[in-house]
Design a protein around this ligand. Structure first.
Ligand SMILES: NC(=O)c1ccc[n+]([C@@H]2O[C@H](COP(=O)([O-])OP(=O)(O)OC[C@H]3O[C@@H](n4cnc5c(N)ncnc54)[C@H](O)[C@@H]3O)[C@@H](O)[C@H]2O)c1
Length: 261
């Protein structure tokens, strides 16, 4: 029997992937799953530089991963992020606009300051992240994928966090419009819309709130960052090459359960 000398390849082998907010929660899950599929990853972060550096080491060091501090609410930072990715790894194949915040303000408690900050991170960041990535991908000439991490709340009202829902609703239209505009360039744009996922964004939930949430989820449990990473790697892969300008929900059935919120 001849020995198998081929190197195993993942679905994203040597693809270059940027993940914003990549050193915690869903972003970390996406970074780790992309790396497991052979990608070279650029971990964007704003806080906890030590953990971003630790992730780089765990993923194989500077040949396979780098960490870049960039605030997605600033177009200059996003421009620098894409430039460093291209300078370091030679190209950009997948852009994951994951960074996001929520402040838990209703329409009546919302301030202009909080609205502006949330929109700048969640919606402006994703919009210019998509634009800058698309410009680079068009220059390369062989397509690419933009994944925007929205939320079930791109479609589903949650009055306890009005601005968050407005930002995610905006991402719904960002992805549909950009996906249509960029189709002729072979650049796909897809939202992944998580339901309730176990990450720091939900740290303030009380045990009673967590229990009620679990009870409302038809599959019976809160999802994991790894599951969102697996979804993102599927969307980024050739297996998803006919999917664009749309949203894939991953919520354990939560949105469909009557009276879930
Ligand atoms: N956890 C959930 O239940 C859930 C559900 C639906 C959607 N989401 C979305 O998933 C994404 C990731 O959230 P998460 O749950 O992993 O929480 P998280 O708090 O762990 O992740 C948010 C990340 O965004 C980063 N970030 C914040 N402001 C930034 C800025 N200005 N520039 C760059 N990075 C910035 C944070 O540092 C953090 O790494 C968010 O867009 C969130 O809206 C989360």
């Amino acid at each position: 029997m001849s020995s198998d000398t081929t190197t195993p390849t993942g679905s994203l082998q040597d693809k270059v992937v940027i993940v914003t907010g990549g050193n915690s929660g869903i972003g970390e899950g996406i970074v780790r799953e992309c790396a497991a599929q052979g990608a070279k990853v650029v971990i964007d972060y704003v806080g906890n530089a030590e953990y971003a550096a630790q992730m780089v080491e765990e993923l194989g060091g500077a040949e396979r991963a780098i960490a870049v501090k960039a605030d997605v609410s600033k177009v200059a930072d996003l421009t620098m992020l894409v430039s460093i990715a291209v300078e370091t790894f030679g190209r950009l194949d997948v852009m994951v606009n994951n960074a996001g915040v929520e402040f838990g303000e209703t329409l009546l408690t919302l301030t202009e300051e909080k609205y502006d900050l949330l929109m700048a991170i969640n919606l402006k960041g994703a919009t210019f992240g998509t634009k800058l990535a698309a410009e680079q991908m068009i220059k390369q000439g062989d397509g690419g994928v933009v994944i925007n991490v929205s939320s079930t709340h791109e479609d589903w009202p949650m009055p306890s966090d009005l601005a968050y829902c407005v930002s995610k609703g905006g991402m719904r239209m960002l992805t549909r419009n950009a996906g249509v505009e960029l189709g002729e360039h072979g650049v796909r744009v897809v939202n992944i819309a998580p339901g309730a996922i176990d990450t720091p964004i939900n740290d303030e939930d009380t045990p009673a709130e967590t229990k009620a949430l679990e009870a409302a989820i038809p599959l019976g449990y809160i999802g994991t960052p790894q599951q969102m990473g697996q979804l993102a790697t599927f969307v980024a892969s050739e297996a998803a090459r006919y999917i664009t300008a749309t949203t894939i929900f991953a919520d354990g059935g939560l949105m469909q359960k009557p009276g879930a919120v």
